[in-house]
Each structure stands twice: as C-alpha cells, then as structure tokens.
Design a protein around this ligand. Structure first.
Ligand code: IMP
Length: 417
C-alpha cells in the first residue's frame, strides 16, 4: 500500500514480494496508475495489470474495485505479451465498472472548467467512479451482450451529452465506440470471472494473497488532501470493497514510502523543495510520471504525513524505496512537525485550508556520501543511512523491513524484524 501521494515504488515492491504469494490482486484505481518494473533488463510500466504477472505461477486478479477501460486494458495486455510475458494466469472481475469514452471527455471538461485544477491524469477515473456512486455504471459483464450494453449505455450517453452541451463541448455519438467496446469485451471474456467467490474460495483453501495498492494514502478520496485526490480509496478500506474479501484475509500491511517525497499534479505539499536540491532529486530519482510523463514535485520525507498514513491503515512495516537517490547529499532533512500562524503541530489534518498553510519543519542529518546501490546486507549500509532509517522507525513506531536501493529486483535489502 502506498503511504504518500502515489509513485512510492509499489510496482517494484510487489514484484519483489510476488514470488512468495500465489495470488496478487489489484483492488482500486484504474489506468491512472503507473507501476514501473524492470523485467530482464527491460523497463515495463503497468497501468491496470497486477504486478504479479512477472511471476509465472502467481494468479493475477483485477478486482471489482478497479475501473476498466477495456480497450486500454487490451492494449496493455498485448504490449506485455509482446515482451514475452504470458497472461494465462490473469483474471478480471466481471463486476469491475467500465470507463467509457464520455468519462474521459468529462474528466477533461471538468478539469478545464475548474477553479481549482486538480491535475488529474485525464483517464476518466473520477467520472467513472462518480457513475458508481451515482448508480449509473456499466460493468465488464455488460460487454458480453450487445443488447444489454446498448440498453444501458443509451440513456447514459444521452445524460452525458446534456452535460457536455452545457459546457459547450462536442456531443459523443455512442455508435463511435460501441463496436470497439463490444469487440474488446469478446477478447476479454475468457479472462473474466466472478472474482468475489473465486477469491474467497482461494482464501479458504489457504492460498497466500498479496493486495497491490494503487496511488497512495494521501490521494485517498476520504483521507487525502481533498479535493486534490483521486476518486477511490487507496487506503485499507479499498481492499475490502475492491475485492470482496473480508478483514479476515489481512494479516499484515506493508506500507511503501520513498526515502523522500514526490507528488504529481496540484495540491498541498508541506515538505516541498523548490530549490536546487529539489531539482537534483528529481533528476537523480528520475521523477517523471510513469503514466503522464509530467515532472513530479519533490520534497523531503514528511514524517508527520507518513505517521498519519501508518495510523489510518494500520501499517505493520515499511518498504523504504530509493534510498540510493540520497547517496550524494551533504545534508538530508526529515520533516517532524508543521508550523502555521497558530503554532506547531504533529498532526496531519487533511482540511485543505489548513494543510495548504503549513510549513514543514524538522531535523537535518549529515548525508552518508557513499554509494548504497551495491549493498546487499543491512549491516553493510553506511552508518549515517542507518541513523536516518532508525529515526524514521522511531518517529512512526514501526520497523523498516525492506529497503530498495536500485531499480532491479535484487537491489532490495530484506531485514528480519
Ligand atoms: P485522477 O486519479 O486521474 O483523477 O487524478 C487525481 C490526482 O491523483 C492527480 O493529482 C493525479 O496526478 C494523481 N494520481 C492519480 N494516479 C496516480 C498515480 O498512480 N501516481 C501518482 N499520482 C496519481
């Protein structure tokens, strides 16, 4: 699970962990996600496919909480298959809500007309989830019967065209996309199942299940920096609503965090660095959006925000990524409290007017000025990097169990905790 604003390195973390599990499930978000994995030396970015697909024995499930653009999903599947990866163990929920072309159009219209620009990925994610709570959604299963699809999509298309008209946009002809959706449905059908019963039966058989979060806790619709958030629950509740498995299926939560912080799109960012150190970290960490290519905003690790994310998710241990990006810095800072005109606080209050007004303050640490990307054992890490990690652990109250020190799967240090 991501504990920041997304892009924490969840793809790498899941790929590292996946071989220990028999099932990997994506449970929320859509193709706004970009999970980067280096497979046999090649960079592959996954948007909808679970990061378990690189472990051939693992069953990879796209759960009912994920919003699906079937045409984009098929494109991604073909690209992955062309890289030599087999998708025989992929399963798609028949009850995943669809992203339709009007959702993407509306995403753009809303974004352009908004006083506050959220900086969405323009993939139609927000409007697709709006249709779910508005009780208008179509589901993957609707793609398998043209009559049912047409019966449901016609009033929806009319509904959306009325909105598009108000904004002065061009109406969408439903027949411009119906065929491509039905064809995509025919191709996806063999992967599709009722995943709620399937997952519960796998769980009851004692299979080891790994849940793959998308986006991050601070982008959560309920707990994030609203309105600069995504439209789903990347926090722990999303696991249940997006899979149909109950709390009994969870015995451990691993939270992924970078050794610093990044954010794509608008919104508050109390530890942001807009100086040359920020520029340096963006370059060294290759901080450009995996989905949109946008430069990511960069800042110090914000322990106030991290502790909040650990608290609301009940995180058991941390997977700390990109430690090596900090290797050459003379000085590194950790944000330990927020300051505004009313004083200092150690609480992350997600109310926009508050979180926008605070400045992160904290402790400076001397850098370690040594390469860490070749280190295999925790004990061999530079002393100052271990002090940095210890400070994080003491502040948030849980151990750092994994440290990622490079893009490759084997550049991961696992500690016994
Ligand atoms: P949406 O999810 O496209 O509606 O975008 C809403 C906000 O979430 C924007 O600030 C996006 O940049 C951000 N966002 C969505 N998905 C991701 C992701 O996978 N990583 C990082 N940020 C994301």
């Amino acid at each position: 699970m991501g504990l920041q604003w997304g892009d924490e390195g969840k793809g790498k973390a899941i790929d590292f962990l996946a071989s220990d599990y028999e099932v990997v499930i994506r449970y929320q978000g859509g193709h706004n996600a970009g999970h980067t994995i280096y497979f046999k030396g090649k960079k592959i970015v996954l948007h909808l496919l679970p990061s378990g697909i690189f472990s051939p024995e693992t069953v990879s499930v796209i759960g009912n909480g994920v919003v699906i653009n079937p045409v984009e999903l098929l494109k991604e599947m073909k690209a992955v298959e062309n890289s030599g990866i087999k998708l025989d163990n992929l399963i798609l929920s028949s009850m995943a809500p669809l992203i339709l072309p009007m959702h993407q159009k509306l995403d753009m219209i809303y974004e352009n007309s908004r006083y506050i620009k959220i900086g969405t990925t323009k993939r139609g994610i927000g409007p697709a989830y709006e249709d779910l709570t508005g009780r208008r959604s179509l589901f993957v299963k609707d793609l398998f019967d043209r009559d049912i699809f047409l019966r449901k999509v016609k009033p929806l298309n009319e509904y959306y065209n009325r909105i598009v008209e108000v904004y002065g946009g061009e109406k969408i002809d439903m027949y411009s996309y119906v065929d491509s959706y039905i064809e995509a449905g025919a191709d996806l059908k063999k992967y599709t199942k009722d995943t709620v019963y399937l997952l519960n039966s796998l769980f009851n058989k004692g299979k080891k299940i790994l849940f793959e979060g998308a986006q991050g806790s601070l982008l959560d619709i309920n707990f994030g920096t609203f309105p600069y958030v995504t439209s789903s629950n990347p926090t722990v509740g999303g696991i249940f609503t997006g899979s149909g498995l109950s709390h009994k299926a969870l015995d451990k939560i691993i939270g992924v965090t970078k050794a610093y912080t990044t954010r794509v799109g608008g919104g508050p960012f109390p530890s942001e660095l807009t100086d040359s150190t920020g520029e340096y970290l963006r370059k060294k960490g290759n901080e450009f959006g995996a989905t949109t290519g946008r430069p990511r905003r960069v800042g110090w690790l914000d322990l106030v925000a991290l502790k909040y994310a650990v608290m609301i998710n009940g995180v058991d241990s941390l997977f700390l990524t990109k430690l090596d990006v900090l290797d050459d810095l003379d000085e590194i800072k950790l944000i330990t409290s927020y300051k505004d005109i009313s004083g200092e606080s150690k609480e992350f209050i997600s109310y926009l007017e508050y979180i926008e007004s605070v400045k992160g303050i904290g402790n400076s640490f001397p850098g370690w000025k040594e390469r860490t990307d070749q280190v295999v054992k925790y004990t061999d890490l530079p002393v100052n990097s271990k002090r940095y990690i210890k400070f994080i652990e003491d502040y948030v109250g849980i151990p750092v169990e994994f440290i990622s020190n490079g893009v490759k799967r084997d550049q991961t240090i696992r500690r016994s905790i």
